[in-house]
Ligand binder design. Structure first.
Ligand SMILES: *[C@@H]1O[C@H](CO)[C@@H](O)[C@H](O)[C@H]1NC(C)=O
Ligand SMILES: *[C@@H]1O[C@H](CO)[C@@H](O)[C@H](O)[C@H]1NC(C)=O
Ligand SMILES: *[C@@H]1O[C@H](CO)[C@@H](O)[C@H](O)[C@H]1NC(C)=O
Ligand SMILES: *[C@@H]1O[C@H](CO)[C@@H](O)[C@H](O)[C@H]1NC(C)=O
Ligand SMILES: *[C@@H]1O[C@H](CO)[C@@H](O)[C@H](O)[C@H]1NC(C)=O
Ligand SMILES: *[C@@H]1O[C@H](CO)[C@@H](O)[C@H](O)[C@H]1NC(C)=O
Ligand SMILES: *[C@@H]1O[C@H](CO)[C@@H](O)[C@H](O)[C@H]1NC(C)=O
Ligand SMILES: *[C@@H]1O[C@H](CO)[C@@H](O)[C@H](O)[C@H]1NC(C)=O
Ligand SMILES: [Zn+2]
Length: 708
């Protein structure tokens, strides 16, 4: 799950079609953290043992195992057991933690377009079978469906709704397009797919069909002369994006047990976060006739006048429709059941039992394959375990406990990790120093980091220790600084979500992303396969190796350094940048001029002061006072718990972090100062003031934890 870097805050003003784009400008911070970058990187003995242990051929072998079997959540425990065995071979004590969770599976899917003249068209709703890519031919392959989708039929006229954000629906309403009782035809991209379905439902629509559009592939298309997969790097026209449609922005995890772990005998609540209208995913080649049947009907794309409205499907004008008398009949019959899911947990005890570092990834996948999502991460975790096994054999012991986690049912809605956090949250809040997440570890050639500010320094310093495999005598830092240079805040794209937003735990999500001319990564498609990875995305698994070395060294420093390498002070300039963005949002939203942000500003100043004192004290303690250092290490571990507010955000008690949250209308993508920002966006000044006060208090609590 990964894509959106641009936060789009849509103002739900009826007659106003424009969007406001905010790009995070973290570059000033990276400049501040930049210091000499030597080549080849200087490594100490232990770092060298770890780096030398990561082996590209082994990574390819693990990938081959993981990508050649079906592992949809709740079906079987072969993969988590096998993973436990690999970790045990390298000295980790491993176990499976099971949860008994609500899931659903496809029984029957069909779609029919009924033209006005009575002729019909029935898409297959399947991806093409490619002989050269063996796993796409497997008779047991996973159908293309939406996890947690509503079981039912719908038959109605239909309307193209763009990316399916609230601003899209508001725009259509203001143009007089009838939405009630119609089926939504929405484009992937922008907000998380579950939000598209929820919005369609909220605007009275009775079903949703979500399609991939090659317009989002920019220049890497057949139209621009690139051959399509498997003959080339462009998108295969039949590729379909599977995925969950539960409302993770309100609550991730098992929708029947919000707030507590799913045990066999747990009470079950009414499901509030799953849709009540059916939805289906479809490829661009098969949605083309549906869009063509809307050409010239309803409102034209020019009149709608929204950015990204027009895609690149040939002979389609992206008119809204409906076309009177042209209907869709959709059927999405799902079977619900409670089933066991299995998290693999591997542990090496540290000498300090109350200091723990967790590294996690998920193992369930939407297809036989998943070479990028999730198994570029799974393979790296095995090599990481092997590297630490080698270090342990030299007599080294970690100061802090290492926990490896391979989560189940991430794809359905971060279920395995969320249930686990809900079970252990008091202990996690007491002991976890950081949670490191690797999900889509490799999907392109640009290193990609999202992290809490206290991990920014470590993120950049480790990048200078890893050689980038392009043969140009460069480090991972150099390529990252050239192509990106940003560290984004965290939304809700993967299993770090419960650790950060529920636990207030420092977290990073890392991997690589596509450069404009990298091969298309077919998200949640059968073509995210071993053949694709080894032929196009990472031949020789050399990017896997670099990212594996990076994650291994980051973990090593977090568990071995005398002084925990977290930098609380980095929250200072970050919060100032978020404040600036908030001020912009307030000034561009009408009538909110009398919101007083002065207490919030003062709180940030006092946080900065505490962080400064903390740094001074820590610098002296490192040299002279081990007992004080232990105390300061615990402060670095704990201060961010202060950002957690009991009761959480409005209507979403799970999301308790007051500095970041996934946006209610963006899904994966984060908003900063979410309580305030979203109240302003919704035009509720009372609520905005309330959250200015809560956020101010939270920052003061964090500052107090940091203070001596
Ligand atoms: C890397 O792994 C491969 C496959 O397991 C093995 O044949 C090779 O010896 C390993 N290389 C090193 C340097 O350990
Ligand atoms: C009915 O209309 C569709 C769409 O315009 C067209 O493709 C099809 O050929 C028509 N069928 C008949 C029988 O006219
Ligand atoms: C895409 O191609 C156009 C020319 O066709 C060029 O102007 C543009 O810069 C290209 N975009 C990227 C990201 O390379
Ligand atoms: C489209 O919207 C922009 C920004 O709101 C506006 O400047 C422009 O005139 C609009 N174009 C049309 C054709 O309405
Ligand atoms: C739903 O639609 C399918 C396919 O048209 C049909 O077989 C099935 O009977 C329908 N179910 C209901 C409950 O209408
Ligand atoms: C690790 O520590 C825990 C808690 O003290 C203990 O229960 C467990 O047996 C230890 N495991 C190993 C392998 O030493
Ligand atoms: C802002 O408020 C003024 C006066 O209350 C109103 O006329 C205007 O339409 C509002 N603008 C927007 C974008 O809501
Ligand atoms: C604004 O938020 C308050 C809670 O602070 C709530 O009671 C009120 O109903 C909200 N107003 C609107 C218009 O939603
Ligand atoms: Zn994933």
């Amino acid at each position: 799950m990964k894509l959106i870097l641009i936060l789009t805050v849509g103002f739900a003003v009826q007659a106003c079609p424009q969007e406001h784009h905010f790009r995070r400008h973290d570059r000033h911070i990276q400049q501040r953290l930049r210091d000499s970058n030597v080549f080849p990187p200087a490594l100490d003995r232990n770092e060298k043992i770890l780096i030398d242990s990561i082996n590209a051929s082994s990574l390819s072998i693990w990938s081959e195992y993981y990508t050649h079997r079906r592992n949809v959540a709740g079906e079987d425990d072969t993969v988590p057991k096998w993973t436990a065995k690999q970790w045990e071979d390298h000295g980790f004590s491993s176990r499976l933690d099971g949860y008994y969770v609500f899931l659903n599976y496809p029984v029957h899917r069909s779609l029919q377009l009924n033209h006005v003249n009575g002729s019909t068209y029935q898409p297959t709703l399947e991806e093409g079978v490619l002989d050269i890519d063996k796993t796409t031919t497997d008779h047991d392959r996973v159908p293309a469906y939406h996890g947690y989708s509503f079981s039912g039929n719908a038959s109605a006229e239909y309307v193209y709704v763009g990316r399916g954000q609230r601003v899209d629906f508001d725009r259509l309403k203001s143009l007089g397009v009838t939405l009630e009782g119609k089926i939504a035809l929405a484009k992937y991209g922008g907000p998380y797919r579950g939000i598209k379905v929820k919005n369609a439902q909220d605007y009275g629509m009775v079903g949703a069909v979500i399609f991939t559009d090659p317009g989002d592939d920019r220049n890497m298309t057949e139209a621009k002369g690139f051959a399509a997969y498997p003959d080339g790097p462009a998108r295969n026209p039949t590729s379909i994006q599977r995925g969950s449609v539960t409302l993770i922005t309100t609550y991730p995890g098992d929708p029947t047990t919000p707030g507590f772990p799913s045990k066999e005998d747990s009470p079950r609540m009414e499901k509030k976060t799953v849709p009540i209208i059916p939805s289906l995913p479809i490829s661009w080649i098969e949605v083309q006739p549906l869009l063509q049947a809307l050409n010239g009907h309803g409102i034209s794309a020019e009149m709608v006048n929204r950015s990204n409205w027009v895609g690149a499907i040939p002979d389609v004008s992206y008119s809204t429709g409906p076309t009177p008398g042209a209907t869709l009949s959709m059927s999405n019959i799902m079977e619900s059941r409670n089933a066991w899911i299995w998290n693999t947990i591997g542990i090496i005890n540290g000498t300090n039992e109350d200091e723990v570092v967790i590294v996690g990834n998920h193992h369930d996948a939407w297809m036989i394959g998943g070479a990028a999502d999730p198994h570029s991460g799974s393979t790296i975790l095995i090599e990481l375990a092997k590297a630490f096994g080698k270090l342990l054999k030299t007599g080294w012991k970690p100061k802090r406990t290492i926990i490896l986690a391979s989560w189940d049912a991430e794809e359905y809605g971060l279920v395995g990790s969320t249930e686990w956090v809900e079970e252990y949250v008091p202990w996690l809040k007491d002991s976890v120093v950081s949670y490191l997440n690797i999900d889509v570890g490799v999907s392109g050639s640009i290193p990609d980091f999202s992290a809490t500010p206290d991990l920014h320094s470590l993120t950049t310093s480790i990048a200078k220790k890893v050689i980038w495999p392009d043969g140009k005598d460069r480090t991972l830092y150099d390529i990252w600084e050239e192509k990106s240079g940003d560290i984004d805040p965290l939304g809700a794209q993967s299993d770090y979500t419960a650790f950060l937003h529920r636990g207030g735990i420092a977290a990073i999500d890392l991997g690589t992303t596509r450069a404009p001319y990298d091969p298309i990564y077919h998200t949640h498609s059968n073509y995210d396969s071993y053949y694709w990875m080894s032929t196009y995305a990472d031949p020789g698994f050399v990017i896997h190796k670099a990212i594996g070395q990076y994650l291994t060294l980051m973990l090593y420093h977090l568990v071995d350094d005398d002084s925990i390498p977290l930098e609380p002070a980095n929250y200072g300039p970050e919060m100032r940048a978020y404040l600036e963005e908030l001020e912009q949002i307030i000034s561009s939203s009408n009538a909110t001029a009398n919101l007083d942000l002065s207490t919030l500003k003062d709180a940030i100043s006092s946080f900065e002061e505490s962080a400064q004192q903390f740094n001074t004290l820590r610098a002296s303690a490192i040299l002279t006072n081990p007992d004080l250092l232990t105390e300061l290490n615990h402060k670095a571990r704990d201060f961010s718990r202060g950002f957690i507010s009991q009761g959480g955000l409005p209507d979403r008690p799970f999301y308790q972090h007051l500095i970041f949250a996934p946006g209610v209308d963006t899904g994966y993508a984060p908003v900063t100062f979410p309580g305030i920002t979203e109240a302003v966006t919704a035009g509720n000044l009372t609520l905005a003031s309330e959250f200015i006060e809560k956020t101010t208090k939270a920052i003061i609590v964090a500052a107090a934890i940091l203070k001596a």
